[in-house]
Design a binder for this molecule. Structure first.
Ligand code: ADP
Ligand code: MG
Ligand code: ZN
Length: 479
């Protein structure tokens, strides 16, 4: 065990899924022609005035409630000043001394245990534009993103490993997706994370000097970058050196981090309250309205499913990882499916063909098709193997399970006479295995069943096949 312990705190920037930007009416949409979603306000032209987006406040409020934060009925926007070409006003409107909420928590599950991680604060702010460097020797600026509403969720320095950091991010991302607040896209940058990392002698109380890691646009990179940084700092300190407070960028190709710049301090930004914006007031009515619209969150769903249905932790985890999956599963149960069977079928068959994009999931089958398929297996009309074939045929089709079954003549053969012939044929050509069986190696029964299934092109009722085989092998004729 290392003599040092790691300390990690995360800052997450999540774009809010509003129609329009935070302080103007421009569309809040990714992927448009550069500089087409802009206006005097988000371009920072003189004389333009910002007006707060009500829907952005509603979404921010939902996040605060879901993370058990203490709301501040009055909060204030501030100007954070720095110069960069993608920041046309010369300042970013953010919240500083008076964020709209503080002191929340998030429960994470790691290695079967549960830990509570403190949330220091959440504040609202606007995003900057986007610079692209090195295009034919030039740098280009796209201001479509300038003014996009964000919440920044700051954790306490309470995470102790890269695995905990990843668990925290996954849980946070899921919650925001369930709330409809954020689409959780790390690659497109609508969910972004900076990781602050330090080490300290195991058992020490004081925090060590931290570095801030950027450019972590996948969960894998977050974990790798943190592990790399812990190793680097450990080597520095073990060699008698000191960690320098700085911002470092992760390079996934070399799996290393490199120094970007020395870390700025907050006084460098010359924050002051934005005189163009009145204080943000959260009325009791708005808070209650948001509380009532909170959906059942992933953790609560998992708890309920574990309690009420016989599902594995892993199944609950996967089915609660996206609201679309949870809805599909719940609909199957409402339509009368047995929960464990439905869960298993969704995990093994349905999700394989499903594609997820932000808040949407494209399923290739409907819950009704799944429920009907499972019912046909349950009643013995089709075999498990035929069910998979049926499922493949249902993908992308609007036909019902029953229609396809009769169209394809997919009935399970439960007719004794027909099966007896197949059983006899298989046994006749498997003398060696028959002897093995009779000398006590009854495990070869599975082999015979497999052969009969093959012989009947998967249409035989396997239960009946086993019975017939046993009758013949044990010399029992019909009793
Ligand atoms: P900023 O990075 O904007 O200066 P803060 O000082 O609020 O903001 O810190 C941001 C994050 O850094 C928080 O998530 C906090 O938990 C984390 N952090 C602060 N000090 C340390 C430390 N010594 N080691 C690891 N994380 C830290
Ligand atoms: Mg920071
Ligand atoms: Zn605008």
């Amino acid at each position: 065990m290392s003599a040092f312990e790691a300390v990690i705190g995360l800052e997450v920037h999540a774009q809010l899924l509003t129609q329009t930007k935070l302080f103007c009416g421009c569309p809040n949409r990714f992927g448009a022609e550069p500089n087409t979603h802009v206006c005097p306000v988000c371009l920072g032209l003189p004389g333009s005035l910002p007006v707060i987006n009500r829907e952005a406040v509603r979404l921010a409020l939902l996040a605060a409630l879901a993370l058990d934060c203490r709301l501040q009925p009055h909060s204030q926007f501030a100007r954070k000043q720095y110069f960069y070409p993608d920041l046309p006003k010369g300042y970013q409107i953010s919240q500083y001394e008076e964020p709209y909420c503080q002191k929340g928590k998030l429960l994470i599950e790691v290695d079967g245990g549960e830990r509570e991680i403190g949330i220091t604060r959440i504040h609202m702010e606007e995003d900057a534009g986007k610079s692209t460097h090195g295009v034919a020797g030039d740098s280009l600026v796209d201001l479509n993103r300038a003014g996009t509403p964000l919440i920044e969720i700051v954790s306490e320095p309470e995470l102790r490993s890269s695995a905990e950091a990843a668990a925290y991010l996954r849980e946070l991302r899921n919650i925001l997706i369930f709330l409809g607040v954020n689409d959780g896209n790390l690659e497109e940058g609508s969910f972004r994370c900076d990781a602050n990392v330090s080490i300290r002698p195991r058992g020490a109380r004081e925090l060590g000097t931290r570095t801030e890691l950027k450019n972590l646009n996948s969960f894998r990179f977050v974990q790798r970058a943190i592990d790399e940084e812990i190793a680097r700092q450990t080597a520095v300190v073990s060699g008698g050196g000191k960690v320098v407070q700085e911002t470092r960028a992760f390079d996934p190709d070399s799996n290393t981090t490199r120094s970007l710049r020395s870390k700025e301090e907050s006084h460098d930004y010359r924050y002051f309250p934005d005189p163009d914006l009145p204080p943000l007031v959260l009325s009791t009515e708005r808070i209650e309205e948001a509380e009532q619209s909170l959906p059942e969150l992933p953790r609560a769903l998992r708890k309920r499913w574990l309690r009420d249905y016989e599902l594995s932790e892993q199944a609950c985890q996967t089915l609660s990882s996206h609201p679309g999956y949870a809805r599909f599963f719940s609909t199957c149960i409402q339509l009368g499916a047995a929960p464990a069977k439905a869960a298993n079928w969704i995990l093994t068959e349905v999700l394989r063909g499903a594609s997820q994009r932000g808040l949407d999931v494209d399923f290739l089958v409907t819950p009704a098709q799944v429920v009907d398929t499972l019912a046909l297996v349950e009643s013995g009309e089709i075999s498990g193997k035929q069910a998979k074939e049926l499922h493949a045929a249902l993908e992308g089709s609007s036909r019902s399970a029953a229609e396809l079954v009769s169209e394809r003549g997919m009935r399970q053969v439960s007719d004794q006479g027909a099966l007896q012939a197949a059983v006899d044929a298989v046994l006749a050509r498997s003398q060696k295995q028959v002897e093995q069986y009779r000398s006590g190696k009854t495990g070869v029964l599975g082999y015979f069943v497999g052969q009969v299934m093959k012989e009947t092109r998967g249409q035989a009722n396997p239960k009946l096949v086993s019975q017939l085989l046993e009758q013949v092998l044990e010399g029992r004729q019909d009793d």
